[in-house]
Structure formats: structure tokens, C-alpha cells
Design a protein around this ligand. Structure first.
Ligand SMILES: [Zn+2]
Length: 275
């Protein structure tokens, strides 16, 4: 299989389909992963590898789904630390005592859309179904982060804020950071009204580069490019960015898509662990 460094690599194993990030994996510092909806045991609109805890899925289904995907990624599902996402911009520094918070233990925090850690053996996961998952790896200070950037999180610049927090916590220099932008809704499908366009124009000087008017009242916005440009502004190097360039709504047979499934859908997971 041809391996392109600056994208996501698809794997098929034991009935599962999932992705890894070669740019990150080849450093030998991390385990990476992004799940699809294929290969699990959940039923109906959650078919089949739902990872969302708030989807009224049976616990036994969730445990089996986590077991399968984590086995494929060589991650210990009992140690996974989870976000509690609210489309806001709060970032949690994850430590040993957070191990297992989410699936195995109650999360004693609220409104966390990004996680970061400098500790090895602490697997983390964030959730999405169209929203943009951002992965960070500081190869020098050996620290990682994951951020959930839907359009609201993108406008709140959660990616930039995560990088600022990494600088505070680990002394991260953006030049040492690898960034990955996971499967999520593409410009092809992310259609919005003028109100969302105005938010982007207010916040991003480069808004004209990422917004396209498609009819009198409808616009398409490129969330991948918005996040990429935002992070280039921060000093991340172009060659250090991997973009999946896979639209979850165009491929809703493969992914959960909030828009594509009209809100009735499961959750995908973005995984990252320092080894
Ligand atoms: Zn699309």
C-alpha cells in the first residue's frame, strides 16, 4: 500500500475500518487513530461502531465497540481519558489521576473540548461526527493534544488556544509541532447562512479564502483550510501538517455525519497516546 506522509492512512482489519496518521506514527512517539462507523455492534442509527456515551447506546455495545477499536490501535481502553464536549474552548491538562475517566470512571469535569498531556501511557479520545478533530504532537517536548473544532470551536480558535496552553504547560514551540486535521465535514457539504459567514469574517482576516457563496443566501465554508491557516499563523510549518481531506458527510456510509444523518447518529473517535 502506498503511504503518503501528509494524509491519513486507511486500515482494514478484523471487520474494522480505521485510520492512522503516518506523519505522527513515524516519529515513534505516539499511537494515533481515527475510527469509522464500520466494525462494531451498535444497532439502527448507531450502526455500528458508536463510541458516543451520550447516544443512549447499551453499555455492553459501547464496551464491545471500544474493545474492538482499541485492540486494533493497541490502546488500553480502560485507561482512555475522554472529553466532555460543549462546543466551547476549554482545554484540560490530563494527568495520571484522570486515567480511565469517561468509560471506566465518572468524569469529574464539565465543558472540556480539548485534552493535552505530557505523560506517556495516557490514551486520550475526543468525539466527532462532522466536527473537525485536531491532533497535536510536540516532537521536542514530547507532549500531545487533541481538540474538537466544529465551526463554533473553530471560530473560538480552540486550535490556537490549545497551542498556547501547550506552550504554558510544556514550553512548546510551534516549529516543533506536528498537526493533523482528521476526517470531518468538507467545504463540499458545510453549507451555512450569512450569520455564520459573518462570524468567520469577524474573526479571520483570511475569511475570503475559506468562504464561497453558492447561491443568493447560502455559503460554503472550508473548516480544514480555516484551521490550517490559523495554525500556520501560529508558526506551525506547512510540511508538518497532515490533512485527511475526507468529508464525513460525503461518505456517511463510512462515517457518522451529524448533518448527513439529520442529528440522529453516533460518534466517531480521534485517539492519541504518547508511548
Ligand atoms: Zn462533502
Amino acid at each position: 500500500m502506498e503511504e503518503r506522509k501528509n494524509c491519513f492512512q486507511e486500515y482494514r482489519q478484523d471487520g474494522l475500518i480505521y485510520y492512522k496518521i503516518p506523519l505522527f506514527e513515524e516519529t515513534g512517539l505516539v499511537k494515533t487513530g481515527f475510527s469509522t462507523r464500520i466494525g462494531g455492534v451498535s444497532k439502527e442509527h448507531l450502526t455500528s461502531l458508536n463510541l458516543g456515551l451520550k447516544k443512549n447506546d447499551a453499555r455492553e455495545n459501547l464496551l464491545e465497540n471500544y474493545h474492538r477499536i482499541c485492540k486494533a490501535l493497541s490502546i488500553n481502553e480502560r485507561d482512555l481519558v475522554m472529553t466532555r464536549q460543549t462546543h466551547d474552548d476549554h482545554i484540560r491538562l490530563v494527568t495520571e489521576e484522570d486515567k480511565g475517566k469517561g468509560l471506566m470512571k465518572e468524569r469529574d469535569y464539565d465543558s472540556v473540548d480539548a485534552l493535552m498531556t505530557g505523560e506517556r501511557g495516557l490514551p486520550m479520545i475526543i468525539f466527532s461526527a462532522d466536527c473537525v478533530p485536531l491532533y497535536f504532537l510536540d516532537t521536542k517536548q514530547k507532549a500531545i493534544a487533541l481538540a474538537h473544532a466544529g465551526w463554533r470551536g473553530t471560530v473560538k480558535k480552540i486550535g490556537q488556544k490549545t497551542l498556547f496552553k501547550m506552550r504554558e504547560a510544556f514550553g512548546t514551540n510551534p516549529k516543533d509541532v506536528l498537526l493533523a486535521i482528521g476526517p470531518s465535514i468538507g467545504k463540499c457539504c458545510f453549507e451555512v447562512d450569512k450569520d455564520v459567514v459573518e462570524e468567520f469574517e469577524r474573526v479571520f482576516p483570511f475569511a475570503a479564502e475559506v468562504i464561497e457563496q453558492v447561491s443568493e443566501k447560502k455559503y460554503h465554508i472550508d473548516l480544514w483550510k480555516t484551521n490550517e491557516l490559523m495554525m500556520l499563523e501560529m508558526g506551525i510549518l506547512e510540511g508538518n501538517i497532515a490533512i485527511a481531506s475526507i468529508c464525513t458527510m460525503c461518505h456517511k456510509d463510512l462515517f457518522y455525519s451529524h448533518r448527513g444523518d439529520h442529528g440522529k447518529t453516533g460518534s466517531l473517535g480521534a485517539f492519541l497516546e504518547l508511548v
